[in-house]
Design a protein around this ligand. Structure first.
Ligand code: SIN
Ligand code: CO
Length: 384
């Protein structure tokens, strides 16, 4: 199975972005040739037994009674052979082959991606018709599923068949197909959709993230407070006399707005904020902190071994901002780069496995060694 290449058919990533992204749903049959599940149903069930991994089982009976159970699960026998689906969040944080499913979507920047959720559904299993606030690509793995996707429709009624399950009323599908292994479905936000499994089937959902303005403002305010910034007071030395003292004048209003916006205009602070905010993971992951700190001499020993490579932990969020200054952001932390550390920083940002040979070519100076030991000691990269 070659995950690098997505068979776009008559389309291309450019056409997709122009005509479909955030606009229209799309089904690409056989987008991946010879697709094989990146994780088995048994392994998925194993992840759902872990307390730190978010998982749910959604089931429905003949009388349309919906049930939602939250993991960790101890055993699955009570659920029987049909009418249920197991959903596990951020499987890419625990399964490297599943993380590799993100590669074909790298025509959209990493920071827009949230996670790969994997579902295992038995015959007639599904989560019902619903809306998501985020874009999603669904790769059909093994088995067959009947997928229906509609256009946004404000006449749909919101339903709550269970306190933890939001659904919508029946919709008119614009896509109505049976998906098979390797088919790819794209669903923009707020498009009603419903997938009913025909047989035991596995779906991989590449979910995107889009911050709300409320979230950005509240996190920005938290960062100002954490850094004791924005404590200065509004001042108005040019104030003219007023004889309408009950008014907040348009000028006052504008001056207060400009006073608030000054905070956003401190470019390097804003850059720190946005890079840290966008690379913060939202799901548990396996940070591999070494038992003993790696110092410079230990790093020199490691670098003398040709067989070793440096790997980022699976599912890590990494990004680079290359503007007035260059900063590498990893899991909500920032690492300021300069001309000497930029080449290594770029390799780290690309999250490729790095051989000791490649590192030696880059890490000859102290600053590079410090950057590397720092990401190793924080458990973001590990020695393989
Ligand atoms: C599923 O895989 O069952 C749900 C995916 C989705 O509807 O977003
Ligand atoms: Co959905």
């Amino acid at each position: 199975m070659n995950l690098e290449s997505l068979n776009w058919g008559d389309l291309s990533p450019e056409i997709f972005l122009k005509e479909y992204w955030q606009k229209k749903p799309l089904l690409i049959k056989q987008a991946f040739s010879n697709f094989e599940d990146t994780i088995s149903a048994d392994e998925l069930a194993g992840l759902a037994m872990e307390a730190e991994i978010e998982s749910r089982i959604i089931s429905v009976d003949n009388n349309d009674n919906w049930q939602v159970d939250h993991g960790p699960f101890e055993d699955f026998s009570q659920y029987g052979e049909s009418y249920w689906t197991l959903l596990v969040q951020a499987v890419n944080n625990w399964s490297r082959p599943t993380d590799a499913l993100l590669k074909p979507f790298s025509f959209i920047p990493n920071w827009r991606i949230d996670d790969v959720m994997v579902s295992f559904s038995t015959p007639n299993g599904g989560v019902g018709a619903h809306l998501d606030q985020y874009d999603v690509f669904i790769v059909q793995g093994s088995g067959k599923r009947h997928w229906q996707v509609g256009a946004p429709d404000n006449t749909l009624t919101n339903l709550l068949p269970h306190a933890d399950l939001k659904q919508v009323s029946e919709f008119t599908p614009v896509i109505d197909e049976i998906t098979q292994a390797g088919d790819l479905l794209y669903i923009p936000p707020n498009h009603p959709h419903k997938g009913i499994s025909i047989e035991n089937s596995v779906n991989f959902s590449i979910g995107f993230q889009a911050p709300s303005s409320q979230d950005l403002w509240s996190n920005f305010a938290d960062k100002l407070i954490d850094n004791n910034l924005g404590e200065e007071r509004f001042s108005d030395p040019d104030r003219a006399l007023t004889n309408t003292s009950y008014l907040i004048t348009p000028k006052d209003k504008q001056q207060l707005k400009a006073f608030m916006l000054q905070q956003l205009e401190q470019e390097s602070f804003y850059e720190q904020f946005i890079g840290q905010y966008l690379t913060q993971g939202h799901h548990a992951m396996e940070i591999l902190i070494p038992v003993e700190d790696i110092d410079e001499s230990k790093l020199n020993d490691i670098l003398s071994e040709p067989e070793i490579s440096f790997m980022p932990v699976s599912g890590l969020k990494v990004a680079l901002i290359n503007d007035e200054q260059t900063t590498l952001f990893i899991n909500g932390e920032s690492f300021l780069l300069d001309n000497q550390t930029l080449p290594l920083g770029e390799k780290l940002a690309q999250q490729q496995a790095l051989s000791t040979h490649e590192v030696k070519n880059l890490a000859i100076c102290l600053k590079n060694k410090q950057l590397l030991t720092s990401v190793l000691n924080k458990g973001y990269w590990y020695i393989d």
